[in-house]
Ligand binder design. Structure first.
Ligand SMILES: Cc1cc2nc3c(=O)[nH]c(=O)nc-3n(C[C@H](O)[C@H](O)[C@H](O)COP(=O)(O)OP(=O)(O)OC[C@H]3O[C@@H](n4cnc5c(N)ncnc54)[C@H](O)[C@@H]3O)c2cc1C
Length: 463
């Protein structure tokens, strides 16, 4: 093996933490520079029966990118953009490439890389694919999965496979789940193979984007508006994001102190349009008419147009997770932490499920969660700050009771951050025995010695 295993304590420590708060020290770190080196490493690991956990930029919120056993395989050294083809509208990159860098490269050719997790500038393309990441624009463009055209994957045996999504519009040959192996690896959280190259589809950059922030008198009013906006033939949002009163204060008070006094909850919507002035006015008027008809506080609505204004809105939204992480860091010494959710339900059900979640937190006497996120897709984030270990336990019980309700409403325990190590116990709440059996069968077929990413999705050593 030309690629060495690094056992140096400092190197291992640098790779021992992700954004989940879990700290797991790997036995070794390996940093391949090519697909061939990755394959060599996996062959060597298989021969020795060593486990291998792939990692990108380690922004996982579920402990999926850390391990305390075997090799932590970091893809950070594989960051090249290999091919950007404006004619075929696609980009091929090494898996460790920074998602934000790839988006900027595409934009320089007039093209948009649609997947837009909040962590875009800090995460890798491989990590986004392995988690099937999503973001505000998922409402219009779908999650990362929808944009993956091809993958180079190193299997647990060390075999290199190149997969291209087929262009068939019809296919009746065999089981549907087996039709497109690209899909097996999207969202597999490192458990089925190591991605070394990714080909992503690009779409034309919109000519013009209008952003609109609309305050509401109450959370139920805002949630009702979401349902109307989704069903209205008059508007075509590319995102519908929510900020409850607390989240709105975090987002905007640093930039525009006290603008709404006691903050009202707000929805932030964006729609793509042309640069034609009359078309832009039509889009804006349609949103304001819908908002007015649904009882929004339209007089306080704010419009964002142009690169600078839209970037300001983006920065304000990013401030919410950043400040919540700072608040979490401040309570860590006392045994506290942030408890955050990424559950989702069909969007029509969100109002009722959110009201129930609030009720459960109130009944348990915990500080209400700062709630924000992608409500257009029925997907809020609830961020609780637990000040000590006792509060962590109380809040986790509240979250679990909420998840029972989420599942009863046809929802999911994880809409974008994945199961990782921290949400494993909830997967059987959602997946049926039949679905779990199929997943285990897939894992056994691709990784018979259970060497890849132990502890992610399934318990270590399983299935
Ligand atoms: C502040 C913040 C905001 C976030 N916002 C969002 C958001 O809006 N939407 C969202 O979906 N997520 C979000 N996340 C979660 C996370 O950032 C994303 O899922 C991200 O795409 C992970 O990329 P990464 O390179 O950091 O992967 P890592 O954290 O390194 O790894 C994540 C998982 O992918 C696997 N993996 C990584 N690279 C490979 C590879 N090459 N081959 C096989 N498996 C691999 C790992 O084993 C692990 O299971 C956020 C996280 C933070 C800290």
């Amino acid at each position: 093996v030309t690629l060495s295993l690094e056992g140096d304590a400092d190197v291992r420590r640098v790779h021992a933490a992700d954004a989940s708060g879990l700290v797991l020290l790997p036995d070794y770190v390996a940093r391949p520079g090519t697909t061939a080196e990755t394959a060599e490493m996996l062959r060597m690991a298989a021969a020795r029966g060593m486990t291998v956990t792939p990692a990108g930029m380690q922004t996982s919120t579920t402990g999926a990118s850390v391990t305390d056993t075997g090799v932590l395989l970091s893809l950070r050294g594989m960051q090249r953009i290999l091919d950007l083809d404006p004619v075929r509208r696609c980009v091929r990159v090494e898996a460790g490439a920074n998602l934000g860098d790839v988006r900027r490269a595409a934009a320089s050719e007039g093209l948009l890389l649609a997947p837009d997790p909040t962590s875009s500038d800090e995460c890798s393309v491989g990590g986004a694919v392995a988690c099937n990441a999503s973001g505000p624009r998922t409402l219009r463009y779908g999650p990362t999965r929808a944009h993956v055209r091809g993958l180079t994957v190193v299997l647990a045996s060390g075999e290199i496979v190149t997969l291209t999504r087929h262009a068939l519009e019809k296919n009746a040959a065999g089981y549907a789940f087996a039709h497109d192996p690209v899909d097996w690896f999207v969202g597999s959280e490192g458990t089925l193979g190591v991605l070394t190259e990714v080909e992503l589809a690009l779409v034309p950059l919109p000519e013009h984007v209008i952003g609109l922030e609309i305050p509401f008198a109450s959370e139920p009013a805002a949630m009702e508006f979401v349902v109307h906006a989704r069903r209205s033939p008059c508007v075509a949002p590319r995102c519908i994001e929510y900020f409850d009163g607390r989240a709105a204060a975090i987002a905007w008070d640093a930039a525009a102190a006290g603008e709404y006094g006691a903050r009202a909850p707000v929805l932030y919507v964006e729609e793509e349009t042309t640069s034609d002035q009359s078309r832009r006015s039509e889009v804006l008027d349609a949103w304001l008419a819908l908002a007015e008809a649904r009882g929004a506080l339209v007089a306080d609505a704010r419009v964002f147009e142009g690169e600078m204004a839209l970037a300001e809105a983006r920065r304000a939204r990013h401030r919410v997770p950043a400040i919540m992480n700072e608040r979490a860091a401040a309570v860590r010494a006392a045994g506290g932490r942030k408890v955050s959710t990424d559950w989702a339900v069909p969007y029509e059900r969100l109002g009722a499920v959110l009201a129930n979640a609030r009720g459960l937190a109130d009944a348990a006497g915990v500080e209400p969660a700062v709630t924000y996120g992608h409500v257009g897709n029925g997907h809020p984030h609830q961020n609780f700050i637990a000040r000590d270990a006792d509060e962590v336990a109380v809040i986790e019980r509240v979250v679990e009771a909420t998840l029972r309700d989420v599942i009863a409403a046809g929802g999911t325990v994880s809409a974008e951050h994945g199961i990782g190590k921290l949400k494993r116990r909830w997967l059987p709440w959602q997946a049926t025995v039949l679905q779990l059996t199929a997943m285990r069968g897939m894992k056994r077929a691709l990784d018979p010695m259970a060497l890849l990413a132990p502890g992610n999705i399934f318990a270590p050593g399983e299935p």
